[in-house]
Design a protein around this ligand. Sequence first.
Ligand code: SF4
Ligand code: SF4
Length: 470
Amino acid sequence: MLNKNVNNTLDSATKAQRIPVTNISTPTSSRKIHIREQKGQFQQLRTGMNSLLVALFFLLPFISFDGRQAILFDLSQQQFIFFGTTLWPQDFTILAWVFIAAAFLLFFVTVFWGRVWCGYLCPQTAWTFIYVWIETRIEGNRNKRYALDKAPWGSDKLKKRVLKHTAWGAIALLTGCGFIAYFVPARELYIDIFSFSASFWITAWVWFFAICTYLNAGWMREQMCLHCCPYARFQSAMFDANTKTVTYDAARGESRGPRKRNEASALGDCVDCNLCVDVCPTGIDIRNGLQYECINCGACVDACNQTMQKFAYQPNLISYTSENTLAGKAEPFYESYKFLAYGIAALIMISVIAVDIYNRNNIELNVLRDRQSLYRETLDDKVENSFTLKIRNKTQQTRLYRIYVSGNSAYRLMGEVDLKIHPGEQLDYPVTVVALPELLDSARNDITFTVAEQHNYSQASQESSFFAPI
Ligand code: SF4
Ligand code: SF4
């Protein structure tokens, strides 16, 4: 699909002459990319979405629910707390379904809108643009940054570089804390890290993620998208002729060439200003056709529309469009079998999650029989069986429970049947069940233990066997 698209674009462009074909597969030269800052409709949208996501990333760990951090992967207690719901390792199938559903939703969106995830929502893109923004404020625009790279070391260059790397380092350290705040209580974490009183392992993990952030967003940038991200490699398999990707209208743009404003020209609409390349975070020339390096960020769309406006040409020489639309075939997107298949798969996954959550129980009960003896006969001609009930309170509050036993006879529980269990605690509670042998049907009888939460409807039951000398 990708190659077909490239070829299609090239075919029409070649007919219109003058399209450089030398850099289709190797768009990113070894030269460091300094992108030109671009304003416009899509950059506003991207900045807004990135800002919202970055703000959520830092603020979510500070939200409390029921007196506890609302979202917390508590590794020491082996529990995941999400707004009052606690998931234990045995509930992690729910998390697995959430990840699978998210993957199918991503595929679903990709079939329709291409790699919008990469351009608008991916943390790599968000943090890279934050780092570029800082770099631009300190070192100046794109031309000044290239000039500074070439300039010999002096006090001005040293000052700017120290300032830039300090700012990048500070953002990286905050990001490291932001990430670890999902695993340890956030409020104490920031204080402990910045007062150097955090434990060795917490400090080590914060610095590990800080260094990763600094290297990814400061140095690797587009290299992560080009060489490390698997999604970049397989996303083209999800595209079809109705997928909207950032596309250059070669039939309209070629032959390209510079000209003066307000001057009649026999050339195509591309004035060869090169702005679409200068603003591209992956350094590609979208005029060469669809390339896997394109993250659909729309910077070139804004840049080209700005040029089109200056020359009083129609906008959208570069636009979010599909192969079919460009070819004048307006096939509805929902006729795409991939769109339907991913949509149905995502719906099924979401339904499975809903059912799983609905059926989830806040009480975990396991019944273990006493292995020492099948039964005991008492002096007053009754039969006793012993069990251990393993009861876990999966909530974040202390709860009161009552134990019941039922079956084909009048079973009676010896001892205390009302229990108090603390949040997250698993209680191993030994119980003895007594019955009259003459009322039992057979040597092995089915009985059911039920643990019910008092003042609530939650309960858990498990079957076991009651043995008697018959
Ligand atoms: S080609 Fe355009 S949309 Fe694609 S990454 Fe470059 S600037 Fe963004
Ligand atoms: S920004 Fe538009 S006009 Fe300028 S080179 Fe790119 S496609 Fe041509």
